[in-house]
Design a protein around this ligand. Structure first.
Ligand SMILES: NC(=O)c1ccc[n+]([C@@H]2O[C@H](COP(=O)([O-])OP(=O)(O)OC[C@H]3O[C@@H](n4cnc5c(N)ncnc54)[C@H](OP(=O)(O)O)[C@@H]3O)[C@@H](O)[C@H]2O)c1
Length: 213
């Protein structure tokens, strides 16, 4: 299975590409720029330029022959202008490009409360509103979609144990565990055409995904 990861050199994206490669997926690693390509050195992945704010035609090229796109993209700074450019417009451009490239399945790393931004933390509200719009475009797209909404991310070690459900109380979850959820979702049909919250928890990832409500 060919999987293209957007934001592959991000803190979560890097966990995603490592895990995909370890599990034997064929991985294309989407880079915003070549500057951070060295982070992928030694990994059996194919780097490809994929800036969601650049020419959408380049994204279509980057997605060609992909069975799945996983987007782990996030704006580099929290200013509304940057957030709207990347988390809203860029994320929408990537969904449209996946449709044009004929990609069947699309997984988006979103955020808890992106489906109800007014209930989220005031400090990240512009991000939540931007993600609400792009998540909604993905849900209404022709793609088989999955939207993963983690609570606050940490750089702690992966535990392999999470809690997943349509809605959860806020918590924390490591980026490594979020990556395990994204990769685990590829093998769990219950995640198809579904959005759900994830936090750190007691269940192995596969079991948590297999009991989604
Ligand atoms: N922080 C939290 O507590 C929290 C909670 C819930 C959800 N989230 C969401 O989880 C996601 C991942 O978070 P993270 O901490 O792993 O993010 P991160 O380390 O900042 O990584 C973001 C990735 O997006 C890439 N990117 C930025 N602009 C891009 C563009 N125009 N085109 C293509 N790629 C672009 C970055 O590229 P470079 O590597 O070149 O910089 C980087 O690889 C984000 O969407 C974030 O909003 C975060």
């Amino acid at each position: 299975m060919q999987v293209t990861v957007l934001g592959a050199t991000g803190r979560t994206g890097l966990h995603v590409v490592r895990l995909l490669a370890a599990r034997g997926y064929s991985v294309r690693a989407g880079l915003r720029s070549r500057h951070r390509a060295e982070l992928l050195r030694g990994l059996p992945v194919e780097p490809v330029l994929a800036d969601v704010t650049a020419d959408p035609g380049d994204l279509v090229e980057a997605f060609k022959n992909s069975d799945v796109v996983i987007s782990a993209v996030g704006a580099p700074d929290p200013e509304p202008e940057s957030v709207n450019l990347v988390d809203r417009d860029g994320a929408i451009a990537a969904v449209r490009a996946a449709e044009r490239a004929g990609v069947p399945r699309y997984l988006q790393l979103s955020a808890q409360f992106a489906d109800a931004p007014d209930q989220g933390d005031r400090l990240v509200r512009s991000i939540l509103f931007a993600k609400q719009i792009s998540d909604s475009v993905l849900r209404k797209s022709a793609l088989n979609w999955t939207i993963v909404r983690p609570s606050t991310l940490t750089d702690g070690p992966g535990t392999g144990r999470v809690k997943a459900a349509r809605h959860l109380e806020p918590g924390r979850i490591s980026r490594a565990d979020v990556a395990a959820v994204l990769v685990g979702a590829l093998a769990e049909p219950l995640t198809e055409n579904r959005g759900f919250d994830v936090v750190s928890g007691d269940f192995p990832v596969a079991a948590a995904l297999a009991t989604l409500d």
